[in-house]
Design a protein around this ligand. Structure first.
Ligand SMILES: Cc1cc2nc3c(=O)[nH]c(=O)nc-3n(C[C@H](O)[C@H](O)[C@H](O)COP(=O)(O)OP(=O)(O)OC[C@H]3O[C@@H](n4cnc5c(N)ncnc54)[C@H](O)[C@@H]3O)c2cc1C
Length: 475
């Protein structure tokens, strides 16, 4: 039987395993996290901590499968712009077919009934008219919002089914893959325990699937095979997390949960978009080891009186600049520096007036995350700040009141994406038998398409194992 290493068990890795369970291939899965049944809820939500721990936190840092454990919103529509770029790789029909499998799998394993949010004809007419009048473009999407509180049960149930069906699968939890290197036509994987290192081991595989997410993007660039890949620089999104009263957004929340609205900035022509809405949700820190971003989540049961969502300005760079990730991390670190180490918060009215926020004592909107009052304009480039304010003014025509002076902006909310790696329709790179899936390939940007890339690779490998007699057998 051929041997395959799967490096990283987040959204994409899990759905690859779903396909590979019971297949004629010996799969070894490596993940730095503990087994799913030992993963815990956010210690702040449990009331055990009041602030984030100083080290990167396994609850929301992207190195640890954040989105399928935190908020767990799944975009179910095949779109050329939302959730990733698989539309360009496999086409609308194939993407939708796989997203439907993701939908059925999650609904089947959910401990409670989770409604699919699907706008009706009247909602669509309403938003298209409103968006046009506001100078925005609406993109259709159906979605599932599972909630942070349902995530552990869903992930564990999917994994249990895989374990039952898959005696061919071997798990290496709490294990960091140190390196993957080609040796002739095979792959040598070196690994060690993550929390208590000191027992380095290596093994050789016929095939390798890399699914390390955005958190593993830097690790990926350090691998021996990286220079052999066909790559193009990735994109960055720089923006803020907006927190406002849920009364300003209740009509769009009720009709869409999260309408995807794109806008082109008048002064810079940059694309600005909303992302990750959390009606009645909470703003949360996203704790990386040397900087802290902001994010948001919401739950099925516990609710706040606010809505939070990101407004992001997308940037791609051309030669000679080649490190968009460093660019966004540097901006994030400046914002943290001004805030004494964590996120900054500012009233929209103060940002417009060119002054720092000093206190939120009498502010109409009460923040759900404690952050340092300050001035985002001191950390962000002018064109980004202008584009964010323009976006909120346009959105105010759809959600009257949202561009209120009291609306809160948290920074930094930055998303950097790994380099885009050329792959075939089954996610195989130009290095034979090396597959890169999920956010680490840069073809996906959310749980739905990451899971889809897992299904694509799983099906592709089963076919390859069946067909391809050229792959050498393990000894
Ligand atoms: C706070 C937060 C909230 C989010 N919320 C949503 C949401 O609601 N909806 C949505 O669609 N998207 C959301 N996202 C984005 C979403 O998390 C990603 O798009 C998705 O998880 C990508 O899946 P993936 O499999 O590529 O990577 P991940 O899910 O990040 O999985 C990567 C896995 O690789 C492991 N790993 C990394 N390096 C190594 C190594 N060297 N050795 C061993 N294991 C390794 C990690 O432990 C992790 O388990 C959110 C992201 C964040 C940070």
């Amino acid at each position: 039987m051929q041997k395959l290493a799967l490096v990283g068990l987040g959204a994409s890795g899990l759905f690859a395993l779903k396909e590979l369970a019971g297949a004629n291939v010996e799969v070894h899965v490596f993940d730095v996290g503990p087994s799913y049944d030992k993963r815990y809820a956010c210690p702040i939500d449990q009331g055990k901590l009041t602030v984030c721990p100083p080290k990167a936190c396994s609850y929301c840092a992207p190195g640890q499968s954040a989105g399928s454990w935190n908020d767990f919103k799944v975009i179910l529509s095949a779109s050329p712009v939302i959730g990733g770029r698989l539309f360009d790789l496999v086409g609308e029909k194939e993407l939708q077919r796989n997203l439907d499998i993701v939908r059925q799998t999650i609904l089947h394993h959910a401990p409670v009934e989770i409604p699919v949010v699907k706008p009706n004809a009247e909602d669509l007419e309403w938003i298209k008219k409103k968006a046009t009048l506001a100078g925005m473009t609406y993109h259709y999407q159906e979605l599932l919002h599972c909630g942070s509180d349902n995530a552990p049960a869903i992930n564990t149930s999917i994994l249990n089914e895989i374990v039952e069906k898959g005696p061919n699968i071997h798990f290496h939890w709490d294990t960091k893959v140190l390196s993957v290197a080609r040796r002739a036509e095979r792959f040598v994987v070196q690994y060690d325990r993550y929390r208590k290192p000191g027992e380095e081991q290596e093994d050789t595989f016929d095939m390798c699937v890399i699914s390390v997410g955005r958190g593993g993007a830097t690790w990926l660039t350090q691998q021996e095979f990286y220079k052999a890949l066909d790559i193009h620089p990735g994109q960055v999104d720089i923006g803020v997390r907006v927190e406002t009263s849920c009364h300003f957004t209740e009509e769009v929340d009720r009709r869409f949960y999260e309408p995807k609205l794109y806008y082109r900035s008048r002064h810079s022509n940059d694309v600005v978009r909303n992302f990750c809405s959390n009606p009645k949700g909470f703003v949360t820190p996203e704790n990386h080891r040397d900087y802290v971003l902001v994010n948001g989540h919401s739950k099925m049961y516990e609710k706040s009186e606010n809505n939070n969502f990101a407004v992001l300005v997308s940037k791609t760079f051309t030669r000679p600049f080649k490190d968009p990730q460093l660019y966004s991390q540097t901006i994030a670190k400046i914002a943290n520096m001004l805030a004494g180490g964590g996120p900054l918060i500012q009233r929209l009215g103060d940002l417009r007036a060119g002054r720092r926020t000093k206190s939120l004592a009498n502010n109409l909107i009460k923040p759900t995350l404690e952050a340092e009052c300050g001035d985002i304009a001191l950390a962000y480039p002018h064109r980004i700040v202008e584009s964010i304010v323009e976006y909120l003014d346009a959105l105010d025509k759809i959600c009257p009141g949202i561009a209120n002076d009291a609306t809160l902006l948290y920074a930094p909310e930055c998303k950097s994406y790994p380099d885009s790696i050329s792959v075939s329709k089954n996610m195989e790179t130009n290095v034979p038998n090396l597959f890169i899936i999920g956010d680490s390939s840069s073809w996906t940007r959310g749980v739905g398409q990451a899971a889809t890339s897992g299904l694509l690779v799983g099906a592709g490998i089963k076919q390859k194992v069946h067909d391809d007699k050229r792959v050498p057998q393990s000894v």
